[in-house]
Design a binder for this molecule. Sequence first.
Ligand SMILES: CC(=O)SCCNC(=O)CCNC(=O)[C@H](O)C(C)(C)COP(=O)(O)OP(=O)(O)OC[C@H]1O[C@@H](n2cnc3c(N)ncnc32)[C@H](O)[C@@H]1OP(=O)(O)O
Ligand SMILES: O=CC(=O)O
Ligand SMILES: [Mg+2]
Length: 727
Amino acid sequence: MTNYVKTGSLQVAEVLYNFVNTQVIPESGVTVEDYWANFEKLIDELAPENKALLEKRDELQKKIDDWHREHKGNFEFSEYKSFLESIGYLEPEVEDFKVTTSKVDEVITSQAGPQLVVPVDNARYALNAANARWGSLYNALYGTDAISEEDGAEQGKGYNEKRGAKVIEFAKNFLDQAVPLANGSHKDAVKYSVVDGKLAVELNNGETTGLKQAEKFVGFNGSEENPSAVLIKDNGSHFELQFDENHNIGKTDNAHMKDILIEAALTAIMDFEDSIAAVDAEDKTHVYSNLLGLIKGDLAASFKKGDKTVTRTLNPDRVYNTPEGGELTLSGRSLLFIRNVGHLMTSNAILDRNGNEVPEGIMDGMVSALIAKHDVLKHGKFQNSTTGSIYIVKPKMHGSEEVAFANKLFNRIEDYIGLERNTLKIGVMDEERRTSVNLKNCIHAVKERVVFINTGFLDRTGDEMHTSMEAGVFVRKGDMKSQTWLQAYEKNNVKNGLLTGLQNHAQIGKGMWAMPDLMKAMLEQKGAQLQAGANTAWVPSPTAAALHALHYHQTNVIDVQNALKSDTKDYRDEILQIPLAENPQWTAEEIKQELDNNCQGILGYVVRWVELGRGASKVPDINNIGLMEDRATLRISSQLLANWLHHGVCTEEQVMDSLKRMAKVVDEQNSDDPKYRPMAPNFDESNGFRAACELIFKGTEQPSGYTEPLLHSIRAEEKAKVAAARA
Ligand SMILES: CC(=O)SCCNC(=O)CCNC(=O)[C@H](O)C(C)(C)COP(=O)(O)OP(=O)(O)OC[C@H]1O[C@@H](n2cnc3c(N)ncnc32)[C@H](O)[C@@H]1OP(=O)(O)O
Ligand SMILES: O=CC(=O)O
Ligand SMILES: [Mg+2]
């Protein structure tokens, strides 16, 4: 039961009201009276517009569904495209233009590097993400499959010197590639020192050499004779060679190098969206409160590591002596972006004058901007943006009208809470089909505040399926990535980013590496995103950030982007190619495999979401590979099964059979978790199991195939059930 406080025509959940009034408003330059009065005006003006935009989504979807039904068996691409134009789904393109975003932090305009995403409801992880600006390369290599376990190099309990040697070899190869010596190899180095403002490297043959590009040495700590740290800048990003002759590893290394600390997650997205479960005022207040702690710099998380209690807080900046005798300070933390929710959901944390829930995206904007205003006012222990900007990521927008709506929302918020125009920057997720095909117009709608466009290919794949649900049977999930539309969508994003002048103003970002344990594969494959023109790409963990950072020392993204500027191809026809399986001839075994794999992923994710409130999980797939699952990957799996059911590739009985078998597998996978309640054998009593069923069996009815409406309502039911049982 939520207690509300009436303020003007709004009813605000007491927990949120008290939090905002006592912790956010003080010293924000805004009064309690004005804040809530303006909130009311915002809702009165924009909630109806928000609703109308959602109705337009539904209208367009209905027209598209009807068109496909009417054109079953006689699909003509040109007719289809004309139809999409006629209903306003495909917009006429605006003239060429350039974005004018200003006051953007250098880490966005001038550096290229990994972007880490983290569920902000988890303070321990959120702090870890903010601190993931710098990561130990040795730990990232040693602790993952990036280094093979062959030849006695297993990860055991203690330190395995054979494994350590492989790590060191890998790292020295990296140094030879990124900062080669004028002569010889870093492997032969026995001493690093600073002589006359230059890095001097003594080799095991007695020779002393330096860096091939001496200017890459930009700082050090310790004495010139025996530095404890040597700072290198390469391709705009840094890494620090660390020395300690008494350290376990340092003492085994000829030059006493104990680690390489690499600048990793340049930016981190504090996620209110795909990766969290926040369904009511209490949950929302918790996430807002974590954000406030990050902005003010006083968030702390204590937890047990082994038998020790660790308290994690934000890391301080890093200070170095420069070769010229000055001082260099580098941020110790990632630049934080805040991902608000999209336009779809409403929240019962605030009710409008008619007693209706307010749009959650409007609420997120108004609350998170006020929280972040404390950074603009320099009230925090640290400063997030040095240019006075607030970075908000806006997901799941459909077409330029919805982006323009976000722009209007940001204008209003700026006026209402006293921020200069365009203080609120926007990161546009290019993750809905109507946005991809109208991307230039979408960028135009926020041309003064856009700081990134990012191909969220996971949501985008779900939307691909839902939009064309009636067109036919989709290819298997694993085949989606190689489809024409997806390749074209990725290229179109970079093309439009470069065309509209994002280079040096904003990031052109690429999507998530969703296999957090497969770091060797990531090292092999994720560099391709830079080769395709991205200057940032998403990683699921700090470890992945440290390893993905290596790619930015291999590829100079600016060179790649400059070469890609000549790409003027119109990709829209290719983006509109629907990924249908032509005459699918799948065997019964292949169908069963696809059902089992998706059911396992759906159940593994959903049961934790609904019953434990965990919005992101690592869930093993059918081959026992742990996959990052979130709302967007769930959207894909549930829409695929809904599609196959809809077109008779499988029956409801087959899906139910798979769900019940896979529920047992998922129960087993979670058996170590004392908070987990098994789904089998009493499936009827499990809200997690029910949510999974509904997401599939009611999949065609879900707006744009989104998973939030069902997840939220069943999680709210579960919370009420638990509260009632406690009472
Ligand atoms: C479609 C999209 O929108 S993608 C973006 C949304 N998705 C996400 O943000 C998911 C981000 N990733 C995560 O939440 C997690 O990595 C998961 C859920 C996938 C896996 O989590 P776990 O199973 O707990 O990971 P695992 O046990 O391997 O590692 C835990 C350690 O890594 C850290 N860690 C893992 N992921 C993150 C992260 N994203 N940010 C910061 N730290 C992290 C934890 O803090 C923990 O370290 P600690 O013990 O020092 O605190
Ligand atoms: O938000 C990211 C996505 O891939 O979806
Ligand atoms: Mg998404």
